[in-house]
Design a protein around this ligand. Sequence first.
Ligand SMILES: Cc1cc2nc3c(=O)[nH]c(=O)nc-3n(C[C@H](O)[C@H](O)[C@H](O)COP(=O)(O)OP(=O)(O)OC[C@H]3O[C@@H](n4cnc5c(N)ncnc54)[C@H](O)[C@@H]3O)c2cc1C
Length: 285
Amino acid sequence: MIGQFNYTRPHTIDEALEVLAGEGACPLAGGTDLLIQIRNGKRDPRVLVDLKGIAELKNVEDVGDYIRIGPLVTINQILKSELLSAYTALLNGAAVLGCHEIRNRATVGGNICNASPSGDVLIPLLLFDPLLVVRGRGGQREIPMEDFFTGAGKTILAQGEILTDILLPKVGDCKSVYRRKSRIKGMDLSSISMGLLIKPLPGGTHSFRLVFGAVTACPKRMRQAEQILSGRPLERELVDEAIKAVQNVIAPRESSLRGSPAYKRAMVEVLLRDGIKELTEGNFL
Ligand SMILES: Cc1cc2nc3c(=O)[nH]c(=O)nc-3n(C[C@H](O)[C@H](O)[C@H](O)COP(=O)(O)OP(=O)(O)OC[C@H]3O[C@@H](n4cnc5c(N)ncnc54)[C@H](O)[C@@H]3O)c2cc1C
């Protein structure tokens, strides 16, 4: 049973911020998380402020040093955008999110602001070091995406603030991949996921960026493992060391419905070995 709320659909960011400053006002994007949370009684907004009427939040565009993704861009738009074709891990994540109908509705900004540790778009996005632009009536601030999350389902957004831009640095010569494990082959959330990015360094080695989903409350990069792998010739022992470094910092929940901590620790090894193999075509593993 859904409680009563008012609904408004502003056409500019300023109009939206005006309404969002009111008590109990809440931004609505595709609604594929929010409406379910309202129906389950987890959220009880007084006013839903539908951001879908704001044209400037719905584009992917080249803005010089960055590709700007508006937060209202849908997952299917991501998959179709030529500007994003080099961000392979992001496309891998978008392709496995929900089903076609959900991807038509669900947005990038909604995935980020919902802050699920298993979000299939936010996890691969972290590989590309995006800047997030947040606006409220008091002004705007730019935040590295990794600093945006403060816990499972929690972000630094204050009441009345919205995400307005996702600024992706242009990718140079790099390869990336995102893979996940889920309980069933059809539509399911991920039990554990991994994003990996490599860039060639002089001398034949690579720099690595690594992120795992559904194993920490706060989505974050695995910096120690990145350091172990970066700039050194890849050998089996090095990869073993990186796997251990990830297994030591993750904190999978005992109560998770989608996999025990033991399963997730085992899958860290499978995902990382497979990911490195896929990107480096290495046969040393
Ligand atoms: C059947 C089904 C399958 C799904 N499968 C997956 C899956 O495989 N992987 C996955 O990651 N997710 C999945 N989801 C979850 C969901 O579809 C995604 O998280 C989606 O990206 C949320 O986007 P949305 O536009 O629907 O967000 P909404 O539900 O509209 O909003 C989510 C939250 O973000 C806030 N918000 C939205 N936009 C902004 C903004 N610009 N500024 C500030 N706050 C904002 C809202 O207030 C709300 O708190 C699934 C959902 C369903 C119903």
